[in-house]
Design a protein around this ligand. Structure first.
Ligand SMILES: Cc1cc2nc3c(=O)[nH]c(=O)nc-3n(C[C@H](O)[C@H](O)[C@H](O)COP(=O)(O)OP(=O)(O)OC[C@H]3O[C@@H](n4cnc5c(N)ncnc54)[C@H](O)[C@@H]3O)c2cc1C
Length: 105
């Protein structure tokens, strides 16, 4: 580290948005709920999100209803996935006090 001139450092960050749609726009995958190496599962979440969103759009005449249902169906899965390993990283076994929590955006 002391000898290189291109050393790069950044935080590991999960994306946690209060809503995954606005108007006619909905986001999915990393854009909506990037899991990061804090929990893994990013590919599964992206595929499941695309599948559920496409299914709900096919089943609802109005995109707003589809977006609402997409989020209702998928959010519990995303929340569980994002918290799975992140919680353990925050409080490693044997440590009495948690380390600084991972940053979320
Ligand atoms: C180093 C690394 C290792 C990983 N390992 C794993 C793993 O082992 N297991 C796992 O589950 N996940 C892993 N992930 C996470 C996983 O790759 C992502 O969660 C997943 O690819 C998200 O899919 P996505 O479709 O949401 O986004 P992406 O796969 O990023 O796809 C977005 C696409 O949009 C394109 N794009 C961007 N901007 C524009 C634009 N303006 N116009 C048109 N196209 C645009 C991009 O070029 C890209 O092709 C890893 C990620 C990284 C970086």
């Amino acid at each position: 580290m002391d000898t290189v001139d291109d050393f790069f450092l950044d935080s590991v960050t999960q994306v946690r948005m209060p809503s995954w749609s606005r108007g006619r726009i909905a986001v999915t995958g990393d854009a909506a709920y990037c899991a990061s190496p804090l929990s893994g599962m990013g590919t599964s979440l992206a595929l499941a999100g695309a599948y559920v969103l496409a299914g709900e759009l096919a089943h609802h005449a109005h995109h707003g209803d589809a977006f609402t249902r997409y989020e209702r169906v998928l959010r519990p899965y995303v929340t569980r996935a994002q918290h799975s390993r992140a919680r353990r990283l925050r409080r490693p076994p044997g440590r009495r006090h948690p380390r600084a929590p991972p940053r979320t955006v």
